[in-house]
Design a binder for this molecule. Structure first.
Ligand code: ADP
Ligand code: MG
Length: 381
């Protein structure tokens, strides 16, 4: 990302210059609806993020300028009322959460801009939180470890932005590493870097521009299905406390004790946890063909068993297959958002053109295209 705009804005507003910090958005290659079932996810940081220039101002206020929105906000360090602008709540939340943990921060000035598309499922909000959590920790020498920085971002979403998210987005934004994805165990929070360096392939997101309107009530129903199946399995296997602990044989045992719908939901989750582990094995061997097959498997499961896809996403998945794309699936919780696609370089242009043209003709709106590269996490520039 070009620094000039942020640099110039900071100079214009505050007549000085400060330090530059950057944190990325993220993708998740595979592992959807696995987090609340105690399974794994496989995110990676991307080459798009939030860039902020920051300088302590010696006062007890924070003065922030959003370059992209051309808006200014100000709040006191002691204030407990959220700022009016929703973007400023993220900065406010990070500051409050650091103070809550005993971190001694002073007032500061900041101007920031970003190139993560907002609300597309690439977690521009985590990029924003991570930028400020990382920067304030560094500027004030607070010695907060990286895991806690991610939790500060997550707590910001919970307590100041009304989003009860898991830890994946902030985790990936902070811990990201070029050439690697991160296999995160959502139960133990242990993690491992997995090599991801697909030479000859491109990674691209296609945004269906469908909004996730059904998502929250459907999401709750999916969770209830998972819990119902766990409860049934538990009667036979008391050691099972989440679907993570179950296998297909255990599920088969309770087939007559759960609804057909709950059964399908659990089938998807159990398979998805295994698919992710298989994809990690394939990544260790550099076998991107198998990784791609697993991605298609996820899409199929999300569409037919978990039933969280939609016509637009299924269409994009079909086009990917027809164009010889190696792997494609809906990314995120479903009901809209993007597909993530692993595309052989020589097929890239044809795929994008076919998908954009076909989608626009069929649905009367143009999908957006976001090429991404797996990159490093939060850092000072
Ligand atoms: P996402 O899926 O991208 O995380 P969210 O709705 O969680 O979507 O977060 C988007 C919000 O984050 C925006 O409404 C805005 O408040 C804030 N935000 C993200 N990027 C920027 C930016 N570049 N400039 C200002 N605010 C931003
Ligand atoms: Mg978000």
């Amino acid at each position: 990302m070009d620094n000039t705009l942020v640099r110039n804005s900071f100079q214009k507003y505050f007549s000085t210059s400060g330090d530059l910090y950057f944190s990325p958005g993220r993708i998740n290659l595979i592992g959807e609806h696995t987090d609340y079932n105690g399974g794994f996810v496989l995110p990676g940081a991307i080459d798009k993020g939030i860039l902020a220039e920051i300088k302590p101002n010696g006062k007890d206020i924070v003065r922030a300028y959003s370059v992209d929105l051309d808006e200014y906000a100000e709040f006191g360090l002691e204030e407990s009322d959220k700022p009016a602008q929703s973007w400023a709540c993220y900065i406010f939340g990070v500051v409050r959460e650091i103070i809550k943990r005993g971190g001694k921060v002073g007032g500061f000035d900041t101007a920031f801009a970003g190139d993560v598309p907002l609300g597309a499922g690439l977690s521009s909000s985590a990029a924003l939180e991570s930028t400020f959590a990382f920067a304030l920790n560094d500027l004030y020498g607070l010695g907060i470890d990286k895991f806690e920085l991610a939790k500060i971002g997550q707590a910001t979403e919970h307590n100041y932005c009304g989003v009860k998210c898991g830890i994946m987005d902030q985790f990936a934004s902070i811990f990201g590493k070029a050439g690697h994805l991160i296999r995160l165990d959502c139960r133990s929070l242990e993690y491992e870097y997995v090599p991801f360096d697909p030479k000859g392939y491109k990674l691209v997101l296609i945004d269906s521009v469908v909004k996730h309107e059904l998502a929250s009530s459907a999401y709750n129903r999916r969770r209830e299905s998972c819990e119902a199946v766990v409860a049934a399995i538990q009667k036979h296997h008391p050691e099972v406390s989440l679907l993570r602990d179950a296998d297909m044989a255990m599920l088969a045992e309770v087939k007559n004790e759960v609804s057909a719908e709950d059964y399908m939901r659990a089938e998807y989750v159990i398979e998805e946890i295994q698919r992710l582990l298989d994809a990690c094995d394939a990544l260790e061997k550099g076998d991107y063909k198998t990784v791609g097959e697993k991605m298609y498997g996820t899409h199929h499961g999300m569409s037919k068993l978990y039933e969280v896809s939609c016509e637009e996403l299924d269409y994009l998945n079909d086009v990917a297959r027809e164009c010889g794309v190696t792997g494609s699936r809906v990314m995120g919780g479903g009901f809209g958002g993007c597909t993530i696609n692993l595309v052989p370089e020589e097929k890239y242009d044809h795929f994008i053109e076919t998908a954009v043209k076909g989608f626009t003709a069929k649905f009367g709106k143009e999908p957006k295209v976001y090429p991404v590269a797996i990159s490093d996490g939060a850092r000072k520039l």
